[in-house]
Write a protein that binds this ligand. Structure first.
Ligand SMILES: Nc1ncnc2c1ncn2[C@@H]1O[C@H](COP(=O)(O)OP(=O)(O)O)[C@@H](O)[C@H]1O
Ligand SMILES: [Mg+2]
Length: 318
């Protein structure tokens, strides 16, 4: 049995301008100790996917269909009260910019202890001991429990957020752009830490990012999202060495390769699809140099391009 299986997830926002299909028939799975990278430009539905899994959507957002199977049982069927018991204990999220949410007037140990007490029902003394253990887990000396957030660097604050996410030994951790606000060196340290922890603790990790280049060394597999759909998925090697979708190819071309000659990333021409009025056919066709008539009218279905490699493009050769 897989640790997590998301099948045909559909999450829509009912807005004053109409229904917006932020996540439209998305499927992926995750094993114990495995890391999945979910990548795509801003607005493609990454955060909405994460929020759907933990049932943290704003009220205008709703899961209209699909299954979210955690060790075989469907989280989408649970009541709000029941899902609360899974949050933090089974699945926890590190949100984008979470480190800025630390309370400036409370020391780090008390803040972690508070999270531990809330979710695990430990006594204050036990929770404080656990806070020290958690700091050590994220490679901060336990003596720092008495420090306040302003005494920590950005990278250390983000480690504290990771410590909090791990407080109740979750089986799945979702990091939503966990390193986007950090400089490159610190970003690499945090990613290494997440990599080490998911292997040590045998937890599943979903790493959400707009930056494909960070996924090569941190993930086992990658799902590329465009306009609410997964357009290509496969192992890191499938994606980096054998990308089939024109969008994935563009994303790869988007970051400079330091080993080859220096290259200025050219970006992807055109804007992401308007999700309220997505184009007919393949949502990427207005930006795709290869687009043919079929691409303008028919939504491409997933095709198998290898054992674990799938692509949704009419023109991809598989
Ligand atoms: N509360 C909301 N109300 C209406 N639309 C929303 C809301 N939150 C997100 N969206 C829309 O859903 C789409 C997906 O957003 P999001 O999941 O945040 O993308 P990503 O995390 O990939 O940048 C976007 O078009 C965004 O504008
Ligand atoms: Mg997001």
């Amino acid at each position: 049995m897989k640790l997590l299986e998301v099948k045909n997830l559909k999450t829509y926002f009912d807005t004053s301008k109409g229904q917006l299909k932020a996540v439209d028939d998305v499927s992926f799975d995750l094993d114990y100790g495995e890391a999945l990278g979910l990548v795509g430009e801003s607005g493609c539905g990454k955060t909405t996917s994460a929020l759907s899994i933990c049932r943290l959507l704003p009220k205008e957002g709703k899961v209209y269909g699909g299954e979210i199977l955690l060790e075989g049982s469907d989280l989408a069927k649970l009541s709000d009260d029941e899902i609360r018991r899974h949050r933090w204990k089974d699945i926890s999220v590190i949100f984008q910019g979470a480190m800025n949410a630390l309370n400036p007037v409370m020391n780090i140990g008390d803040q972690i202890a508070e999270a531990v007490m809330l979710h695990d029902g430990l006594s204050k003394a036990d929770a404080l001991k656990r806070a020290g253990d958690l700091l050590e887990l994220v490679e901060i000396s336990r003596g720092r429990v008495a420090n306040y957030p302003h005494e920590f660097s950005g990278g250390m604050k983000q480690r504290v957020m990771i410590a909090m996410a791990l407080a109740c030994n979750p089986k799945v951790v979702i990091g939503d752009e966990p390193t986007t606000a950090l400089d490159v060196m610190v970003q690499a340290q945090i990613l290494n830490l997440l990599e080490k922890l998911r292997k040590e603790l045998n937890m599943g990790l979903i790493l959400i990012t707009h930056d494909l280049s960070i996924l090569g060394e941190t993930c086992d597999k990658i799902a590329v999202m465009y306009a609410g759909k997964i357009v290509e998925s496969g192992t890191v090697a499938d994606i980096f060495e054998n990308a089939k979708h024109p969008y994935t190819k563009k994303l790869i071309g988007c970051f400079p390769n330091v080993e080859k000659e220096k290259r200025i990333p050219d970006g992807i021409k055109g804007a992401p699809a308007n999700m309220l009025h997505p184009p007919a056919g393949c949502p990427f066709h207005p930006r795709c140099e290869m687009a043919a008539e079929q691409c303008r009218v028919e939504i491409p279905q997933q095709k198998k391009a290898g054992t674990s490699h799938q692509v949704a493009c009419h023109l991809a050769e598989v």
